[in-house]
Design a protein around this ligand. Structure first.
Ligand code: GLA
Length: 378
């Protein structure tokens, strides 16, 4: 992140002059609890050491000038609803500025340069990192007094209203609230959360990026959410959270087979998150890993958000004796998250690279997970 700060600082000075203030927000991993957030369930994320850094300074006009350093592009737009810029990357920043204003806060224009190192489309929430960076920055620069939960909601509403993804709260929450060395268990119904120091002795967490780019905008993600909402409604509940398999069986003939499978995955995932919490308290990583595999195959067969390459990576992990492995994030591409015994680590990585390359013609990228802090002024 220091390197990015130097880069955006230099670019800011060249383009806008002196006086920039720096802000950063991270991407995230998620140990378990996938697609549970918009079902009012639990998630178990942590922030990572990769994120977005922005150099920003109010410009006392009604215009926003932003440079996306990595794309070498600049966008200029106003603060009103009708000023939506053309570039899709700028929708995140415009959306955040609009959502802040919709909550009754007054902001002015600003100049900014940003850069990021969260791999795009890897399921590590590069977009939440961008939203959180700007939400946090605008709050500080214009003295809005918005609390961290609302900052996360501003990012989520940006996705809903300006980017077309009806996401849950996990990614923005993790980005804003991250804490070094800790995972967080968030109850997405009550919004209560706890920090869980996570330092599994003798194990490593590593991501293998299939480099199949996922794209959550468009229908598949939102379709999953709609399936869950239909089933919850048939059950007479606000959320699927708390539903049982018996209840689901009882309404089976009133819903489609597809919706049935989607809900079966969510009900299973709620049980798995709770099992993982208990297991973590006992230091029982074997159970944690077992639940990760179950999540993977639930996401693949019932929720149908995996792809051939990610199934292959989970199979290679299992064959190599890896404790747990599963697709991470929204799905449709991206990474697996792997809980690996240290003594197996090198052999597993080498094997995954070789076998994946032999099958798909390129190696997966490897990211060791370093659990880090959330949104901050640098
Ligand atoms: C995406 C969404 C999150 C969450 C995950 C799946 O990352 O942004 O809200 O639903 O998918 O767990």
């Amino acid at each position: 992140m220091q390197q990015m700060q130097a880069n955006v600082g230099r670019a800011f000075e060249e383009r806008f002059g002196e006086g920039a203030i720096f802000f950063a927000s991270p991407g995230r991993i998620n140990l378990i609890g996938e697609h549970t957030d918009y079902n009012g369930g639990y998630v178990f994320p942590g922030a990572v050491d990769k994120g977005v850094v922005a150099a920003i300074r109010p410009n006392h006009t009604d215009q926003i000038h932003v440079v996306a350093l990595d794309l070498n592009e600049e966008a200029t737009f106003g603060l009103n609803e009708t000023d939506k810029p053309a570039a899709s990357w700028a929708h995140y920043i415009f959306g955040v500025a609009r959502e802040v204003q919709k909550r009754g806060h007054k902001i002015d224009g600003f100049d900014a340069v940003f850069s990021g190192n969260v791999p795009l489309g890897a399921g590590m929430s590069s977009s939440a990192a961008l939203e959180s960076t700007f939400a946090f920055a605008l709050n500080e620069l214009f003295g809005c007094g918005i609390d961290r939960f609302e900052l996360a909601r501003i990012g989520q509403s940006t996705e809903h209203n300006y980017c077309g993804v009806k996401c849950g709260i996990m990614d923005q929450f993790a980005s804003v609230f991250g804490k070094q060395g800790c995972l967080m268990r968030l109850d997405c119904r009550s919004m209560e959360f706890e920090y869980y120091p996570f330092d599994p002795q003798g194990y490593k967490l590593v991501l293998l990026d299939s480099r199949v780019k996922h794209q959550l905008t468009g229908s598949p993600y939102n379709d999953r959410r709609l399936s869950c909402e239909r089933v919850a409604k048939t059950l007479g509940q606000e959320f699927l959270r708390g539903a049982t398999m018996e209840q689901l069986e009882a309404i089976r003939d009133q819903i489609s087979e597809e919706d049935f499978k989607r809900a079966r995955y969510i009900i299973g995932e709620e049980r798995r998150v709770l099992t993982v919490c208990e297991a973590l308290e006992k230091g029982d990583y074997e159970t944690v890993g077992k639940m990760m595999y179950e999540t993977h195959w639930g996401m693949s067969k019932d929720y149908e958000v995996s792809c051939e390459e990610l199934d292959f990576l989970a199979e290679v992990a299992e064959a190599a004796g890896v404790t747990g492995s599963r697709i991470m994030g929204g799905g449709f591409g991206g990474c697996t998250i792997n809980l690996v015994k240290e003594e197996l680590y090198d052999r597993f990585i080498a094997r995954a690279k070789t076998e994946f390359n032999a099958r798909y013609g390129h190696e997966p990228m490897v990211y060791e997970v370093i659990i880090s802090d959330g949104s901050r002024r640098m």
